[in-house]
Design a protein around this ligand. Sequence first.
Ligand SMILES: Nc1ncnc2c1ncn2[C@@H]1O[C@H](COP(=O)(O)OP(=O)(O)OP(=O)(O)O)[C@@H](O)[C@H]1O
Ligand SMILES: Nc1ccn([C@@H]2O[C@H](COP(=O)(O)O)[C@@H](O)[C@H]2O)c(=O)n1
Length: 423
Amino acid sequence: MNCEVNWLHQCCLNRNTAASPRQLVLKFGCSRNQRRCNCTTALPDPSLADLSPCFAVVAFHLGPWCPLTRMRLLSPPTLQPLWGWRSRSERSPGSPHLPPLGSASPMELSPAVGGRGEAGLYSTSRHWAELCGAGGPAWRAALALPCLPSSSCFETFETFQVPSFASEIFVSFQFRCFELETWLKRNTQQNFAQPYQISGCTSLIPEAKAVLDLVDTCPKHPKKGDFPVIVIEGLDATGKTTVTQSLKESLNAILLRSPPACISQWRKTFDDKPNHIRRAFYALGNYLVALEIAKASIESPVIVDRYWHSTAAYAIATEISGKVQNLPPEHHEVYQWPEDLLKPDLVLLLTVSPEERIRRLKGRGLEKTKEETELEANSLFREKVEEAYKRMENPECQEVDANPSREEVLKTILQLIKNHCSS
Ligand SMILES: Nc1ncnc2c1ncn2[C@@H]1O[C@H](COP(=O)(O)OP(=O)(O)OP(=O)(O)O)[C@@H](O)[C@H]1O
Ligand SMILES: Nc1ccn([C@@H]2O[C@H](COP(=O)(O)O)[C@@H](O)[C@H]2O)c(=O)n1
């Protein structure tokens, strides 16, 4: 199937942003299998086993080699102190960088409570691995579990006791700590060298089939025509729509956007899915818009509103928790353009000051998406997206100061296009 390339890139992003390749497998295998295999028997509400976008944080009391004895879900206002772990004896024998219970900063918590649950689960699983590695008599730990965002699931969990569920989840966590990859391969026949494929979730997300049917019709490596292809990138409200429209008129160009119109009807559906599925959808959108670019660039210049750099920059910023410094180093594989995706001639990154961006967001007055709300609230996330954009390579993003007036920004961009594409 043609779309496998997409999942390879999807996987590549995850693999490279993870601390080690083994942890990629851990995250990919576990977050899916965990929900479906380990949690279905345990969770009273079967829909909790579905691919749901948010995670709840649960507290565990357990011995190092015995099943869980008790599990309690805390309601959202009390989630904050749970991030981290401590020994029952209140000693802290593990890694010093793990925050003790009660000292988590809101930033570290945001992956777990802010809807970016995949990241929450992943970083917690790393904490867990270190915790088990540290050994010791008895431990209390915090862990993110998939959950529905409705309040009813919190109530359902409040009194939930774990005996039947305990050994299973405990076993899986021990494997996580030690040889999870090997164990999963042996016991589930899963080949983790294979990328995650959206076809695996068509029964859960019927729209996935329609998307895949479209991809099946794609030629594999579409070639660009002779006219220049210019991509406009940037955070929301930096002026992409405004400037792409003006460029279209000034250059008599064809204006395209990623994801393309042919899949935009499913965008809302995938926006509500967990990050890795949502991202897969956008990755796919880039390959579909590449076909449109190939055709259009035979006839006239092409302007593209967002393309691969958007998918990669947002994905990297979502996967990496904490500071901007935690991003993979410059020239890392995650910042490279996918080999099999049609390359544009020029990528321009619009940047505006945070104050100007907020002014524009307010002026625009549209309903905000979940991600836009996150971007507005979380300046660190915004910084990470922008920094990831700036680290992209081959083609790199050329930064454009988009703070000035519409006319001035357009003039600057036209000049850049002239300089870059006139040869
Ligand atoms: N140079 C500019 N100066 C002042 N206002 C601007 C400028 N460019 C765009 N705007 C205004 O800012 C708002 C956001 O612009 P626009 O919709 O073009 O951004 P965008 O990057 O396409 O956003 P999104 O990614 O969320 O679709 C709009 O109200 C637009 O009219
Ligand atoms: N090629 C793309 C395009 C978009 N995204 C994701 O969608 C978000 C918002 O896009 P807007 O068109 O509404 O500005 C964006 O923040 C990305 O998360 C993407 O991943 N790849």
